[in-house]
Design a binder for this molecule. Structure first.
Ligand code: SF4
Length: 372
């Protein structure tokens, strides 16, 4: 099985109110240049030389990279890894950060999948989230991508925004589906402690999102999306036939993904997860000093992760594969929990697989807790 490579590009034009990713405000191309040099050095000094078939530029806003900067990173990857000719190469982009020229240049360098954060088609909600773009920018970005011949486009929407009604969410879904992206990621808003949005909620300036309403939004999304020829393949991910994200799928099937850049996480494909320094400046210094910025490492419980990551996928887990890998039947190891979850209608056994039911997807955390 080939591995994946993840590159973290931590720069954004400004910071959105709900975001807790490792990002820095983009000040000038010079700062990005020194980051790109550190990234190239980290990749070239990586101790393994593996076969890879997915490359993912995430962030942050990778579309703030100039084509020259992108080329430098890709050159390092090609020097270090054996990259399959048909690799999926994804770049996260933000609306209003790309031009026909940059899109053409990214494509000529091998980018063949674009993923961007639309989040909502309501300008008031966008403003509330601190997003810099408008709904019109999202439509224009899709148009630019199509004109530049990008045939695999994904975008994210967020449900459960403060003050968002079920009707608002339905309008958002309709707008999204009209644009016919090949792939959609639909998330429920999560409130992270140290964000401005969390502070606005604590001080009463924004209401706490309503969990029941969020559940109704999720159900509405499932109803609408299947009518439009999209298939749910993971809790939050939907696609037209054959457009599953190959890169993200590696996380759910425990394939190796090697991360580079500040805050990038890796899994070695066997038992170890590790992560880089989160702070951009410290990351650059660490790479200059010792060509590695790994600050955290843990041995994971592969058996338990095999179950709860596999259950995120609609196809669930293969019972024979589980037995082969771990030498015991899942039904024997978790008899009581499985019986309980099955009687609650949260899981089911079908075609020699264990998977979540529709209700199970709504209460997935309850199911996962049984296996952690
Ligand atoms: S654009 Fe994305 S990564 Fe950047 S601040 Fe906003 S949510 Fe965070």
């Amino acid at each position: 099985m080939s591995s994946g490579v993840y590159l973290h590009i931590p720069f954004c034009r400004s910071r959105c109110s709900y975001c807790d990713f490792a990002t820095d405000v983009y000040k000038n191309a010079g700062i990005v240049d020194s980051y790109v040099s550190a990234l190239a050095r980290e990749i070239e000094n990586f101790p393994l030389s593996k076969a890879v078939d997915t490359i993912y530029f995430g962030g942050g806003t990778p579309s703030l990279l100039s084509p020259v900067q992108l080329e430098k990173i890709l050159e390092s990857i090609h020097k270090k890894f054996s990259v399959a000719a048909d690799s999926e190469i994804t770049m996260e982009m933000n609306p209003a950060t790309v031009t026909p020229e940059t899109l053409k240049a990214y494509k000529s360098l091998g980018v063949n999948r674009a993923s961007f954060g639309a989040q909502t088609f309501d300008d008031t909600e966008l403003k509330r989230l601190g997003r810099r773009h408008t709904a019109a920018d999202v439509r224009e970005t899709i148009e630019l991508l199509r004109e530049a011949d990008y045939a695999n486009v994904s975008f994210d929407l967020i449900a459960g925004l403060p003050r968002q009604t079920l009707k608002d969410w339905e309008r958002n879904l309709d707008e999204a589906l009209k644009l016919q992206p090949e792939h959609l990621s639909l998330y429920l808003l999560e409130i992270h402690e140290a964000t401005p949005l969390a502070e606005q909620i604590r001080s009463g300036r924004q209401p706490l999102p309503d969990e029941e309403l969020a559940a109704a939004m999720y159900e509405l999304m499932l109803e609408k999306i299947v009518l439009e020829n999209y298939r749910q393949y993971e809790i939050s991910n939907f696609c037209q036939p054959n457009y599953e994200s190959k890169h993200n799928s590696k996380y759910w099937t425990l394939d190796a993904v090697f991360g580079f850049g500040c805050s990038a996480h890796s899994f070695d494909g066997a038992t170890a997860r590790y992560a880089n320094e989160r702070d951009t400046a410290k990351y650059v210094s660490l790479i200059k000093e010792k060509s590695s910025a790994v600050v955290y490492r843990e041995e994971i419980n592969v058996e338990s992760e095999f179950i709860f990551l596999g259950l995120r996928l609609t196809k669930g887990i293969d019972l024979d594969e589980y037995k082969k890998r771990f030498g015991i039947k899942v039904i024997e190891k978790y008899a009581a929990d499985l019986q309980r979850l099955e009687s609650l209608g949260l899981i089911e056994f079908a075609e020699n697989r264990l998977r979540l039911t529709g209700k199970g997807f709504l209460f997935s955390n309850e199911v996962f807790a049984a296996f952690v």
